[in-house]
Design a protein around this ligand. Structure first.
Ligand SMILES: NC(=O)c1ccc[n+]([C@@H]2O[C@H](COP(=O)([O-])OP(=O)(O)OC[C@H]3O[C@@H](n4cnc5c(N)ncnc54)[C@H](OP(=O)(O)O)[C@@H]3O)[C@@H](O)[C@H]2O)c1
Length: 249
């Protein structure tokens, strides 16, 4: 198993990509603590189903945009595991609209969760990660942070920020045996993309060489690679998992 006994925290594991990462990591022997913000019923279902299979999975409510929740999570991680080997910053939101119509609250909400939240939680957990024999940090960015996307000035800015944060932290932690990498998913089928109008989905599909939307398992497999020792010589990278839509040079 690729993550045998590894102690993992995954934010936003109650649905979508985060849920798929929780499942994939648990199957590979990890001990997983995942957070939810409001969807307690779904979070408890996931714990029940995976625990019944003999996997080690726990959940806790936490809003990553709130500093006190990030601090409380550090204590929760210590109480649950006594340390941490892998952090997956997955929680994210959208508040899409053209800049002319976007309110400052819509900008702040997205940046506070998708960028500031990643920074705050990672900083709070650095000490336990530094004590790990081998630490891995995986930040979920987006192709919108590479290409930019009309209607997403808030989201694209935050996700580009996550890529910059990933590179800077990879340089800071390179000598401390912690790898820091990002994943930039393309259009992936979740509740987040269920909100996107059909004509935009069709337009996106016409730009995807593999001619389909991503499945959450596609992203979970990339996260597994970055969490495992198969990627030990990679840091500061952004793995683009998008059916070929972006192809960065
Ligand atoms: N889907 C895509 O096409 C796509 C593409 C590129 C990047 N991404 C990124 O991938 C990540 C997951 O996206 P998804 O499509 O799986 O989204 P999703 O289905 O909307 O799920 C979002 C998850 O984040 C949690 N969450 C939201 N705000 C939070 C907060 N302030 N604090 C803690 N948790 C919070 C939600 O918890 P509750 O269930 O409790 O609300 C939920 O578990 C996000 O960072 C997203 O930006 C997605």
């Amino acid at each position: 198993m690729l993550l045998d006994q590894k102690r993992v925290l995954i934010t936003g594991g109650s649905r979508g990509i985060g849920k798929a990462i929780v499942e994939r990591f648990a199957e590979e022997g990890a001990h997983v603590l995942f957070t939810y913000k409001s969807n307690m019923a779904s979070a408890l279902d996931i714990v029940e189903i995976l625990s019944a299979k003999g996997y080690h999975v726990h959940t806790v409510k936490a809003d990553v945009s709130q500093q006190e929740d990030c601090q409380a999570l550090v204590k929760h991680v210590q109480d649950t595991f006594g340390g941490l080997d892998i952090l997956v910053n997955n929680a994210g939101i959208t508040r899409d609209t053209l800049m002319l119509r976007m309110s400052l609250d819509q900008f702040d909400d997205v940046v506070n969760t998708n960028l500031r939240g990643v920074w705050m939680l990672t900083q709070a957990l650095l000490k336990p990660l530094l004590k790990s024999e081998k630490g891995k940090i995986i930040n979920i960015s987006s192709v919108s942070g590479i290409l930019g996307n009309a209607g997403q000035t808030n989201y694209s800015a935050a996700k580009a920020g996550v890529i910059g944060l990933t590179k800077a932290l990879a340089r800071e932690l390179g000598g401390r045996n912690i790898n820091v990498n990002a994943i930039a998913p393309g259009f992936t089928k979740t509740e987040m993309t269920d909100k996107v109008p059909q004509e935009i989905i069709e337009q996106a599909l016409s730009q995807i060489p593999l001619k389909r939307m991503g499945d959450v398992k596609d992203i979970a497999n990339a996260a597994l690679f970055l969490a495992s020792n198969q990627s030990d010589y990679m840091t500061g990278q952004t793995l683009v998992v998008d059916g070929g839509m972006v192809m960065p040079s």
